[in-house]
Design a protein around this ligand. Structure first.
Ligand SMILES: C[C@@H](N)C(=O)N[C@H](C)C(=O)O
Ligand SMILES: [Zn+2]
Length: 239
């Protein structure tokens, strides 16, 4: 169990609402739908009402300094079945990248690969007290596109299982390119934080407002938190 999962949830019953996709950028085809994730007839582009309002504020803040730039929404609400599919997909992808065979893995190899997966992906837990962040409609994966619609280079792709995904990975690297990636990540973080979002410790692209991780981070990310110090507003929500 992650420390943030000890935080209490005081569900406020705010609805999931569609993200206005005429205002934000998206990829042509949603990344996980492209991989065959089981969305059924549901859209990934839903978030809680106040979370959408805050995303709009973040984009206004962005456009105050960079006119016509947009926030690109990579992923938002994620059903548990999709979380399960992506966790299994990522495990299999890592096995393949290491040149291993799924059927021949030792227990130690399995454990090490699962640890890498769960450094980035939440467990697809069905317990209502410990929902995966994206199943609450409070978490969103985002990047930026410039005025021409081109993706802003953050130095590594979303979802890469690597230290390059850590938000400050490029901070201390002197090369000009690395400094540019860091500045781009800082701009994304700054506009999101200005609207109240908090960033995942390991992922430059993951932000949330109102879930357990957000509540835990906002009280100082204590390894043994008081579960009632600040409650999360949002538990698991289904479309
Ligand atoms: C890996 C990334 N797409 C992601 O969403 N990670 C968070 C922590 C999650 O799985 O909830
Ligand atoms: Zn995420």
């Amino acid at each position: 169990m992650k420390p943030y999962q000890q935080i209490a949830i005081a569900e406020c019953r705010e609805p999931l609402v569609p993200i206005p996709l005429d205002i934000f950028a998206t990829e042509h085809l949603h990344a996980y739908q492209k991989l065959g994730a089981p969305y059924g007839d549901k859209s990934p582009y839903y978030l809680r009402e106040q979370v959408v309002a805050r995303l709009l504020q973040a984009q206004q803040q962005l456009q105050a300094c960079c006119p016509s730039w947009q926030i690109q929404v990579f992923d938002a609400h994620r059903p548990i079945a999709v979380q399960q599919y992506m966790v299994d997909y990522t495990f299999a992808e890592l096995v393949q990248a290491k040149g291993l065979q799924l059927q021949e893995l030792t227990d130690a190899q399995k454990q090490s690969i699962w640890e890498q997966v769960h450094q980035f992906w939440a467990v697809p837990n069905v317990n209502p007290a410990t929902p995966p962040p994206h199943s609450t409609g409070a978490a969103v994966d985002v990047t930026l596109v410039d005025a021409s619609g081109a993706p802003v280079n953050m130095g590594s792709p979303i979802d890469e299982i690597s230290p390059r995904s850590f938000p400050d990975f490029f901070a201390d690297q002197p090369e000009l390119e690395a400094q540019q990636y860091h500045q781009n990540r800082q701009l994304l973080k700054q506009v999101m934080v200005s609207a109240g979002f908090l960033q995942h410790m390991n992922e430059w692209w993951h932000f949330s407002w109102g879930d357990q991780l957000w509540a835990w981070l906002s009280t100082g990310a204590n390894p043994n938190p008081d579960p009632h110090a600040v409650a999360a507003r949002y538990g698991r929500a289904e479309l």
